[in-house]
Design a protein. Structure first.
Length: 292
């Protein structure tokens, strides 16, 4: 071989044993140069979910790391009437811990989070999240991801044609563990669900590749269909999209940092025993893309 072969990069992406997800090894996110950042950004595009293990990340570190991917998207108001993070309002705290008065110190508690993408109730949903594990339970609280490009590709042509051009409502009133968000009321008819309407099929702005864009199943409705027809089609699409062959799972260790492409995957989380402690800090990156 001649001397013009590429220099060996000091980091690698090791794919999970699944159709999405990879461990990126050899990068300390607190000391990343441009080459490392480019590698990570490409790995996120390729694998949709990337995990970096053994990271030691302060809150300012997490903020400056995530800011390289775009403007941060601070969490919405806490249902408990005070900032979610006491000193860094850019960050979300995902935890089951409570203060001495029993008031939750973060979001989602120990509950199961059903399959969802984050805040797709907006016209331009967040494009990515970085979730950093500080304390994790010895069992439970695993997180799963599902690849919406693979799910779309595997649909049969008749369904692909049927859903082309259809839009669904993405509920704004509830969070991913089903709690009513601050300032919202329950709706009884899903046709009245508040939230953005997005095409069921997203086209990647760069590659043109198509993916399913489902958001969340509860309170969803496919605009213009009869209620029964909408329910049946949504059930069919959700059952298809969350089959094990499209998914990967993460069993957390402290020091894991997991990033996901929020427009390309769904995620869900197992519940865990509330006697355990689970503390994660999360940075979310603003989306700039209307779904099309
Ligand atoms: C989230 C979320 C998953 C988890 O932060 O958006 O769904 O593992 N969390 O806590
Ligand atoms: Mn979520």
């Amino acid at each position: 071989m001649t001397g013009n072969s590429e220099p060996q990069l000091p980091f690698t992406a090791v794919p999970f044993d699944a159709c999405l997800g990879a461990d990126v090894e050899g990068i300390d996110i607190t000391a990343m140069d441009d080459t490392a950042f480019q590698f990570l950004a490409e790995a996120l595009d390729t694998y949709h979910v990337i995990r970096l293990r053994g990271q030691k990340v302060s809150d300012p570190d997490l903020i400056s790391f995530a800011s390289k991917f775009g403007d941060l998207d601070p969490p919405g108001p806490s249902p408990y009437g005070r900032p979610i993070h006491p000193t860094h309002p850019e960050l979300n705290v995902i935890t089951n811990l409570k203060d001495e008065g029993g008031i939750p110190l973060g979001n989602l508690a120990n509950a199961e989070a059903v399959w969802h993408a984050d805040i797709t109730c907006r016209a331009k949903p967040p494009k990515a999240s970085a979730l950093y594990a500080i304390e994790v339970p010895p069992e439970g609280g695993d997180t799963y991801f599902a690849d919406m490009f693979a799910a779309y590709d595997a649909l049969d042509d008749a369904i692909k044609q049927r859903i082309e051009g259809l839009k669904a409502i993405h509920d704004e009133a509830h969070n991913s563990v089903g709690m009513l968000r601050h300032g919202f009321e329950e709706v009884t008819d899903v046709r009245d669900t508040p939230g953005a309407r997005h095409p069921l099929v997203r086209k990647h702005p760069k590659t043109g590749a198509k993916s399913l864009f489902l958001g969340r199943r509860p309170y969803s409705y496919i605009v213009g269909l009869d209620l029964d027809e909408s329910e049946d089609l949504l059930d069919e699409l959700w059952a298809h999209a969350t089959q094990p062959q499209f998914t990967c799972g993460v069993q957390w260790r402290p020091g894991d940092l997991v990033m996901w492409d929020n427009l390309a995957v769904l995620h869900r989380r197992d519940s865990f025993d509330d006697s355990y402690r689970r503390v994660m800090h999360r940075a979310q990156i603003k989306g700039t893309e209307a779904i099309a």
